[in-house]
Design a protein around this ligand. Structure first.
Ligand code: SF4
Length: 232
């Protein structure tokens, strides 16, 4: 297939020039992804940082390098995954829209960008999704729901969501959080790293069709009150 015939490459080309929200004014590069679109394991992070904004590649800074290290330690080959983010353009100062320090509203940014993620998922058709960080959890499986559990409650669980039928979903702390934890306490950092490796091994097994011996969590479709956030 030529790039124009390949649906993922055609999507990538459209994303690279997107001006659908206010974040296009300050970004340098639209960060579409990193890895193989042919892979059935999809990592979803939060938003690009400075390194990603400069390079146009997802998860290439310190947090990305740690994620690669953990993925390799879990025995997943580099050509077996694709990494994307919820937001494709870096928010100024890395302040995620809707957070206290951000001047951007989610409806003006995140909700405008999510159709790109949905299209990526539709084309890639992942068998396994690993959500990296609580924003990834919030804007994927919990998109239309009011109460997003804290990450600590989602670790060690195997998730299925009405939103992604047939896909095994796992969640892990963002690797930038792991980096900060190591700085605070080597012991806590080591514990979080061990949990992340376990999650990634489950993801690798799920890719082979083996279901993990973890607690199962079914996330049902959104509450009616939140239907206004459903836009596709
Ligand atoms: S953040 Fe998303 S919607 Fe906004 S300009 Fe970038 S690609 Fe487009």
């Amino acid at each position: 297939l030529s790039d124009l015939e390949d649906p993922y490459e055609a999507l990538r080309a459209r994303m690279k020039v997107c001006t659908d929200c206010q974040l296009c004014a300050t970004r340098h590069e639209v960060v579409v992804d990193r890895g193989s679109p042919m892979a059935r394991l999809l990592f979803i992070g939060e938003s690009p940082g400075a390194s990603e904004d400069a390079s146009g590649q997802a998860f290439v800074g310190a947090a990305g390098q740690l994620l690669d290290e953990l993925i390799a330690e879990a025995g997943i080959a580099a050509d077996r995954f694709l990494i994307v983010n919820i937001l494709k353009c870096r928010p100024p100062n890395n302040d995620f829209p809707g957070d206290a320090k951000s001047r951007f509203k989610v409806e003006d940014t995140v909700l405008k960008c999510l159709p790109w993620l949905d299209k990526q998922i539709e084309i890639v058709r992942p068998k396994v999704i690993v959500l990296v960080g609580n924003k990834a959890v919030q804007w994927t499986v919990y998109r239309n729901k009011p109460d997003v559990p804290p990450m600590a409650e989602l670790l060690n669980k195997w998730i299925r969501s009405d939103r992604y039928p047939g896909v095994e979903v796992f969640a892990m702390y963002h690797t930038s959080y792991l980096l900060r934890s190591v700085e605070k306490s080597a012991e806590e950092g080591a514990g979080l790293r061990k949990t992340a490796i376990t999650t990634l091994r489950w993801a690798a097994d799920a890719l082979q069709g083996e279901l993990p011996e973890a607690e199962f969590l079914h996330v049902r479709s959104g509450d009616k009150r939140y239907e206004q956030m459903k836009f596709f």
